[in-house]
Design a protein around this ligand. Structure first.
Ligand code: FAD
Ligand code: NAP
Length: 537
């Protein structure tokens, strides 16, 4: 019988993993190589080996209602987009509330995970850990791998001839902490992912000049969306997903690009890529256009090479006397403690069934958690993956045949390759809502909207038109949460509360400010009723 589960890492995925094991009466032991929880979100002045590293100012770009765990809403007075210190406050509250800390062995590194000789029958793993220089070996029935995928920097120096002669300093974005020491410097930031955008903006507040170099360009999206609502709150609703179904990819691309260009013309701002908006992981940055229009950030093409002091760009321009180069060129992931035959990621490609299970094992007793890049928050995705994984470990949810799993892996790979521009940063992409529903369907916790339409129309309304918050996956099925309904019906208030700090006297706090216009809602209700009518016919 499956009982003892090893959880590797006590970041947000690891915390959710411990909680999900406890819900299913399993015995988790979580190993965390450092002394504290939080993983990537625990800020430290110096980057630590084997753990992701963030800069002091990092503010998350997924909002609180969309990033919380499904049975533990973030307090209403917390901001929608939280600073990393606030995120840590939330994780600490979560760990305390569910009493998770006692299952974590801090300062203990997982050194190796190997199949036991009788693995084909037992599905068990031999796990060697190290604490204070002493090694220990334990046997576990299952492994939830929560070690993160933003730890190992991708530093493609070979693509930048002359960098070895360059007399200035160069760093990976992982090493950046704060701007003070870059006062009056001439800086190049390479890469226009979210790290590149954030670094360019922040450095430009003190530097003499920042150049932001990109080989491809990017569409830049605002965190603060319509009526000041968080971007993900507006975009990630079931209603919007239905609308999407009626549009071709081209229509959708045109519509979004038109809106983005209406804010500032991407071509005139040197940002316009050749690819369409949906073909790249989004760069979210409210400040970048401001820094470009004020000349503090100057957009450049890719760097062709470096001399001792200068950077030569692919368009033939040269920027002289460069002091510092930041490579915001992303990350690669690997699992050095696993045998290659179990998990082998090459060029950030890893064949996993629904991004969770290696499909070729005799027994499915290992799951990769959080090894995805959703268009939305990772935390609730990791949590749902854990809920599914523990059900699979216990035999309460079945996986298809190896052949079917491999076919699904191949299909997903092909879809991703068709949609996204080829880049190692686009190998684990998922759409938040579709993927959450897909996971939830594997073990019966996908909410049945029609059921709620007839039994609880007020709830159904908010589930359909409101943001698809993680609480929706606690309404039915295993380990449902009695507070889920209330959490959904009060989510709009929690979104508004932290910004509405100056309340007008005659204002009604409880009034819902809907993101979707009323006529559209009415139309959707008719469409829904018509669909129900035809289904019932
Ligand atoms: P991590 O937080 O990386 O935690 C992994 C833990 O495992 C660490 O504590 C590490 O010490 C431990 N560990 C690793 N190997 C071992 C071992 N061998 N033995 C023992 N312990 C081990 N995601 C979002 O959803 N929204 C965002 O806005 C967002 N912003 C981001 C900003 C930046 C700058 C970066 C780099 C990433 C961002 N992400 C964001 C993605 C981020 O990875 C997730 O938010 C989240 O931190 C993933 O949690 P995790 O627990 O899976 O991994
Ligand atoms: P990333 O998303 O992988 O972006 C890497 C960038 O570097 C891309 O523009 C990529 O270009 C470029 N690049 C890679 N190799 C290159 C090369 N050889 N030459 C030129 N350019 C190259 O990495 P990231 O920005 O560090 O982001 C990592 C994760 O953290 C993402 O999930 C991101 O959303 C998250 N993040 C979030 C925040 C936030 O919440 N505030 C902040 C930072 C990061 P191509 O597209 O052409 O490959």
């Amino acid at each position: 019988m499956v009982k003892k589960i090893c959880v590797v890492g006590a970041g947000s995925s690891g915390l959710a993993a411990i909680k999900c094991c406890l819900e299913e009466d399993l015995e988790p032991t979580c190993f965390e190589r450092y002394h504290d929880i939080g993983g990537l979100w625990r800020y430290k002045e110096d980057p630590e080996e084997g753990r992701a590293s963030i800069y002091k100012s990092v503010i998350i770009n997924t909002s609180k209602e969309m990033m919380c765990f499904s049975d533990y809403p973030i307090p209403d007075d917390f901001p929608n987009y939280m600073h990393n210190s606030k995120i840590m406050d939330y994780f600490r509250m979560y760990a305390k509330n569910f009493n998770l800390l006692k299952y974590i062995r801090f300062k203990t590194t997982v050194c190796s995970i190997k199949k036991r000789p009788d693995f084909a029958i037992s599905g068990q793993w031999e796990i060697v850990t190290e604490c204070d220089g002493k090694q220990d070996m334990g046997i576990y029935d299952g492994v939830l791998l929560c070690s993160g995928h933003h730890t190992f920097p991708n530093l493609p120096l070979e693509s930048f001839p002359g960098i070895e002669k360059f007399k200035g300093q160069y760093f990976h974005s992982r090493e950046y902490k704060y701007p003070h020491s870059f006062q009056d410097k001439r800086i190049i930031v390479i890469g226009i992912g979210n790290s590149g955008g954030d670094l360019a903006v922040e450095l430009s507040t003190v530097a003499q000049q920042v150049y932001l170099s990109t080989r491809r360009g990017a569409w830049v999206i605002n965190r603060v969306h319509d009526e000041g609502y968080p971007l993900d709150v507006v975009l990630l609703s079931r209603f919007k997903n239905v609308i999407k179904e009626f549009m071709t990819t081209d229509m959708l691309n045109c519509w979004v690009e038109k809106r983005l260009n209406a804010r500032f013309n991407h071509e005139n701002f040197g940002l316009k890529p050749k690819h369409r908006i949906l073909s790249q992981h989004p760069t979210i940055n409210d400040d970048l256009p401001n820094r470009i229009i004020s000349g503090k950030v100057i957009m450049k093409t890719n760097v062709k090479g470096f001399t001792e002091t200068d950077a030569i760009f692919e368009d033939g321009t040269i920027e002289k006397n460069i002091d510092v180069v930041f490579f915001a060129t992303g990350y690669s992931f690997s699992f050095p403690f696993f045998e290659d035959s179990v998990l082998n990621a090459e060029n950030n490609k890893i064949p996993l069934y629904k991004f969770v299970f290696p499909p070729h094992l005799e027994k499915t007793t290992v799951a990769c958690i959080g090894l995805i890049q959703p268009l939305g928050a990772i935390m609730p995705v990791s949590e749902l993956q854990c809920r599914w994984a523990v059900r699979v470990f216990k035999g309460l949810a079945k996986l298809p045949s190896q052949e079917d799993m491999l076919a699904d892996v191949a299909c997903k790979k092909k879809e991703m390759e068709c949609r996204y521009v080829t880049s190692p940063r686009h190998t684990i992409q998922v759409d938040y809502l579709d993927y959450m529903d897909e996971l939830a369907s594997q073990f019966g916790v996908k909410p049945n909207l029609l059921h709620f339409l007839f039994t609880d129309p007020i709830l159904a309304w908010e589930m359909f038109f409101g943001p698809c918050t993680p609480y929706q996956y606690r309404l039915m099925g295993s380990n449902k949460w009695s507070g889920a309904r209330k959490a959904i019906l009060t989510q709009q208030e929690r979104i508004i509360k932290p910004t509405k700090s100056r309340v007008l006297v005659d204002d009604d706090m409880k009034k819902h400010h809907s993101v979707i216009p009323f006529p559209l809602k009415l139309l959707a209700v008719f469409a829904l009723l018509a669909a129900v009518y035809f289904i019932c016919l």
